[in-house]
Design a protein around this ligand. Structure first.
Ligand code: C5P
Length: 300
């Protein structure tokens, strides 16, 4: 095999409950991930060494040196297999960069699946999940997709059943936000308040809404503990969220650590209309309609 192509989805967090800061600098989470139909594509081609090239939207914002997460993923996989392998990774980007939609994690998951196939390793999903967890908290979810609850720092996953398809609109913002900076701002805001941070708990009503496919119920139970921090760092996101609510969004939240804003729509037609309204009113310069859940990293 000389070339392999993998498609990997973006995610939105329908519940992101952040516990106290741990000694290792991470936070224990209850993180309900939901994979949506905005996809990056990762092509792996036979090569002597491991390289990466990024094409498409925002490609100029993605590093192509050793800190690129897809390169690190391919290297970690080769190390796990105990041999030196090469691959030219070519990433076609659609997922916003540093947008709170796990774009970098998606590319890492795509590289793991693509190189596992290209190099004929045949490693089982459990092995890929373990390598993924070491690469980043969101990478294991990018492998499996669907809807799942992540605990620990988000990497310990249990799949959640969903009773239907949900329709979303994502308002893309200029410039990304660093995940670490948003968590640090969350800690700072909490310290200023001085209140004890509760242990994160899965929201039963949210689970029921997901299970029955009830978009209205899901919309009213969306939560994100990082939202206040993201809004503090990017105050201009607040009117974007308000505008979506005014145009009938069932729920409006910052996606993960932001700055992308996520709006839950009634159905596909409402999602299209909502996306149009957000751009027509200037509330967002780009708004993308998508649906979920979708599969994780998939060979095409
Ligand atoms: O795991 P990942 O590399 O994606 O995390 C990026 C940063 O986000 C971490 O360095 C940490 O500052 C923050 N983080 C956290 N708690 C988590 C996940 C991420 O504080 N559960």
């Amino acid at each position: 095999m000389s070339s392999v192509t993998v498609r990997v989805p973006a995610k939105v967090n329908v519940q992101l409950s952040v516990g106290p800061l741990r000694e290792d600098g991470y936070h224990d989470l209850v993180n309900v991930f939901h994979a949506v139909s905005i996809f990056d594509e990762v092509v792996a081609k036979e090569s002597e060494s491991i390289t990466v090239q990024v094409n498409g939207k925002w490609s100029d914002q993605v590093p192509t040196d050793d800190c690129n997460l897809a390169i690190r993923a391919a290297r970690a996989l080769a190390k796990h297999a105990g041999r030196t392998y090469g691959a030219d990774l070519i990433i076609q980007k659609e997922i916003p960069v540093a947008g709170g939609m796990a774009g970098g994690s998606a590319d890492a998951a795509g590289a793991l699946v693509a190189c596992n196939e290209l190099w004929g390793l045949g490693l089982p999903m459990e092995d890929l999940m373990e390598i993924a967890g070491d690469l980043g908290s969101d990478v294991p979810f990018s492998l499996i997709g669907g809807t799942a609850v992540g605990t620990g720092r988000g990497e310990q996953l249990s799949e959640l059943p969903t009773g239907g398809t949900f329709h979303w609109v994502f308002a893309l913002a200029d410039g990304g936000l660093s995940t670490a900076t948003v968590y640090a701002e969350c800690d700072r805001l909490r310290a200023a308040l001085g209140a004890e941070v509760p242990w994160p708990m899965l929201d039963d009503s949210l689970m029921e809404a997901l299970g029955t496919g009830d978009a209205y119920a899901l919309g009213s139970h969306l939560t994100n503990d990082l939202q206040a921090a993201a809004l503090n760092l990017r105050p201009e996101l607040a009117p974007t969220l308000d505008s979506g609510r005014q145009h009938g969004a069932l729920g409006a939240i910052v996606s993960g650590s932001g700055p992308t804003c996520a709006f839950l729509a009634i159905d596909a037609t409402h999602a299209r209309d909502l996306a149009q309204s957000l751009t027509a009113t200037g509330a967002a310069h780009t708004a993308v309609a998508a649906h979920g859940p979708v599969h994780g990293a998939t060979l095409v």
